[in-house]
Design a protein around this ligand. Structure first.
Ligand code: BGC
Length: 760
């Protein structure tokens, strides 16, 4: 080994270092560098570690046993951060994750610059809605809130701004967009998805990929990662990482489209899912990684594992007898990078030396990873400038985007006329509830921010209604441990107020990892409010004063009592750092709400699975004992302070050919007193088909701004690809026959105009 290394370096000495030449084509640079690398350096490029500050913090508080099922925190038993520093200097680590400061990123990079070949580190981070895991970055609303805006340009803008903030702290790779189609509200990760509709998820995901990556050639671009491939958003029992048992039809119709769209949009990395799929762990699933991803979709990028999931092939799924075998299976199935830690370098090198993994297979992965490092300019710019970092992060333009996004993503679920609030009528307002004055509005994947960077809901109310007298009864942050005395206090002080606002929901902040009720690895066996929150709402409402519920959460909540008894409900999701202002602006009518639900809200957990695009037989038999089979609020639903009328639905033809297209137009009129934006939705149903098809599927939508009294004709075009599906032999076809076009303000039949056409 030593002799070979010596021989290699003297040979290198005479050869032009093409890889260091910024003007050489990336392909040549990759090949040149690859030809200089030892096997150890190659497998090192395929490995990732958590940052040294993360290691220091967690080795102090965690035990080895804690590591087993913790997917957010780690250290490396038997090793310290000093070892990790050494391995970096030796060029044996390709990537880090969970590095939260620019100082640490630059420091680790300086160690990599001491290595033989000076291959820069690729820093990855979960910048899910802004680079919010690291403090002092703009925290935008979470993905589910963004999806409810149906504003794809906003998805692009947020991703672009996030990319700039990331590069300003030397981060190069975000583990987003999460393009899973959420089909189970028990699952704690609904809030980081774009909801339940494959089409909407695809469009949002595509714009996020484009926004993050740009052309993937400048120092304001970052690598996007579409995740998690696949099926974890319909877990068999609602819990994260539990098995997914999904037919190929469901995979191809529901779960694959956003991934395929992401690949087509240029996403250059993909993360596999924790779960097994139909009996095969996703991390050793050759069908997924090779046949579908690379074979059918021609994915040119690299695949990264999720957190310790290659190890879990052995220690959880038990389809490999030991970790080394798990590494073998995963690499041979198509895996390129290991998240994260020890054993990989040594065992993978052994597998190559034993002749089990061909070195050419390792080279394929290393090529894909180096390609990205060159394209992102890391060899030329390994560091980010400390002096300039805060010029970009949290800049006024980005904060304004975060505010605007929150205004667009908050859904008005119920309003009997109490909203917008009349300041003259409601002079004294009681505010209470766990989320009234807490940073929890930042949502999952956020770290605590400096208080001056966040506008809580109470602060927002005081800002927007400065003359109103707000009385606040603090209920603490923890819904599981509410104090009955404080509930009683709120109930009695409600009697003194003219109106009450209860800000309830879930707790999502990950710095209190085991105390949350929503978020990653925080799945629930019911979808009701936790703790004394229902009691609080009911007791406050018993004051007889109008009581408004504002929800802050990620998963849909079946707030049946509130929906029946309260005059108004606002679903804010996790609206981000300016979310408090946006909520207050909506409550006081400074902003007219326009968002529509990107996910169905069921009444109770027993109704699950409840999705709008279900198959025709799903509700043939209603639930017994008088329990409704309808959702609490359907997909696509959301109120405004104005009203809209739909009429004049027209199709350009009664019949179209297989190559033809059909124009659809509808007139939408703002029939109310104020300006608003209506999200016009177009659904299609295939009347008869050779296999069962959903009762409706979203195929297009438009955000339409309308002044009071204004009418606009909204046009859509239906092309045959919007009618295609997989036939009985799983071949994608467009089948002749009748189709129903539905256009309107929600997925509920009563909100839709309908017309039929025939495909010849
Ligand atoms: C999550 C991923 C995330 C990774 C790194 C995992 O537990 O499932 O979505 O990117 O951790 O934080």
């Amino acid at each position: 080994m030593m002799a070979m290394g010596a021989c290699l370096s003297s040979f290198d000495g005479n050869r032009k270092e093409v890889y260091k030449d910024a003007s050489a084509p990336v392909k040549d640079r990759v090949e040149d560098l690859l030809s200089r690398m030892t096997l150890e350096e190659k497998v090192g490029q395929m490995n990732q570690f958590v940052g040294i500050e993360h290691i220091k913090a967690n080795s102090a508080v965690m035990t080895e046993a804690d590591l087993k099922n913790n997917t957010a925190n780690a250290f490396y038993p038997g090793f310290t951060y000093k070892n990790v520093e050494e391995w970096t200097k030796e060029g044996e680590i390709g990537s880090f994750l969970h590095v939260l400061t620019l100082k640490e990123a630059n420091y680790l990079q300086s160690l990599a610059m001491k290595s033989r070949l000076q291959i820069p580190i690729l820093f990855g981070i979960d910048a899910i809605h802004g680079n919010a895991n690291a403090p002092d970055n703009t925290v935008y609303p979470t993905n589910i809130n963004l999806a409810c805006s149906f504003d794809t340009l906003m998805a692009y803008t947020i991703a672009r701004q996030t990319a700039k903030e990331m590069r300003a702290m030397n981060m190069h790779w975000t583990f987003n967009p999460n393009v899973e189609v959420a089909r189970d509200p028990r699952w704690g990760r609904v809030g980081e998805t774009y909801g339940e509709d494959p089409y909407l998820v695809s469009l949002m995901g595509v714009q996020a990929v484009k926004g993050y990556q740009g052309k993937l050639d400048s120092d304001s671009d970052v690598l996007a990662c579409i995740k998690h491939f696949v099926g974890g958003s319909e877990p068999i029992n609602g819990t994260n990482g539990s098995p997914a048992d999904l037919s190929e039809r469901t995979l191809r119709e529901v779960f694959f489209p956003p991934f395929e769209a992401g690949v087509k949009a240029g996403a250059m990395s993909l993360m596999t899912a924790h779960n097994e799929l139909n009996g095969v762990p996703c991390h050793s699933n050759e069908w997924l990684m090779e046949d579908i991803l690379r074979g059918e979709w021609k994915f040119p990028g690299f695949v990264v594992s999720d957190w310790m999931d290659i190890e879990h092939i052995s220690d959880l799924h038990a389809t490999a007898e030991n970790i080394k075998e798990a590494f073998y299976q995963s690499i041979m199935a198509g895996m390129d990078m290991h998240m994260h830690g020890i054993h990989w370098n040594e065992m993978v090198a052994e597998l190559v030396k034993e002749g089990r993994i061909p070195e050419s297979r390792i080279d394929e992965s290393v090529r894909r990873i180096l390609d990205i490092k060159f394209r992102l300019g890391l060899f030329e710019h390994p560091y980010a400038d400390e002096a300039k970092t805060m010029k970009v992060r949290l800049c006024p333009e980005h904060r304004q985007t975060a505010l605007q996004a929150a205004r667009e993503g908050i859904v008005l679920l119920k309003n009997d006329g109490v909203l917008p609030l009349d300041v003259a009528k409601y002079k004294k307002v009681l505010v209470t509830g766990i989320n009234a004055d807490d940073e929890n509005i930042l949502g999952d994947w956020s770290a605590p921010e400096k208080p001056e960077n966040v506008t809580t809901i109470l602060e927002g109310l005081k800002m927007i209604a400065p003359d109103t007298q707000f009385d606040f009864v603090d209920q603490g942050w923890d819904p599981r441990n509410m104090d009955p005395q404080k509930v009683a206090d709120a109930a009695s002080r409600a009697k003194e107020a003219d109106l009450n606002i209860v800000v309830a929901g879930e707790y999502m902040m990950r710095f209190r990892w085991t105390d949350r009720t929503d978020g990653e690895d925080t799945d629930r066996s019911d979808i009701d409010l936790v703790g004394l929150q229902n009691e609080l709402i009911e007791k406050v409402a018993a004051s007889g004063k109008p009581t408004i519920l504002v929800l802050v959460n990620g998963r849909p909540l079946g707030v049946q009592w509130a929906a029946k008894h309260l005059p108004a409900i606002v679903e804010a999701w996790a609206p981000g750092m300016s979310g408090g202002q946006a909520v207050a602006e909506i409550l006081y009518g400074k902003v007219n709400p326009s968002a529509k639900l990107a996910v169905t809200i069921p009444r109770s957990v027993g109704q699950i699975q409840m999705i709008y695009n279900h198959k025709p037989s799903q509700y043939f038999h209603p639930y017994a004992a008088g329990k409704p089979s309808t959702p609490l609020y359907p997909f696509g639903y959301g109120l405004s302070y104005t009203t809209y009328k739909y009429d004049e639905l027209k199709l350009s033809a009664q019949e179209i050919g297989k190559e033809g297209s059909l124009d659809v137009s509808v007139r939408v009129t703002n029939t109310g007193q104020r300006e608003g934006t209506e999200i016009v939705q177009l659904y299609i149903r295939d009347k008869f088909s050779c296999v069962t098809r959903p009762v409706k599927e979203l195929k297009d939508f438009a955000r339409v701004p309308l002044k009071a009294g204004e009418s606009k004709v909204v046009n859509f075009t239906i092309t045959p690809d919007k009618l295609a599906f997989y036939d009985i032999k799983m071949k994608k076809i467009v089948e002749p026959g009748e189709f129903i076009v539905m256009v309107g303000s929600s997925s509920d039949d009563k909100d839709l105009l309908m017309k039929t056409f025939t495909l010849k």
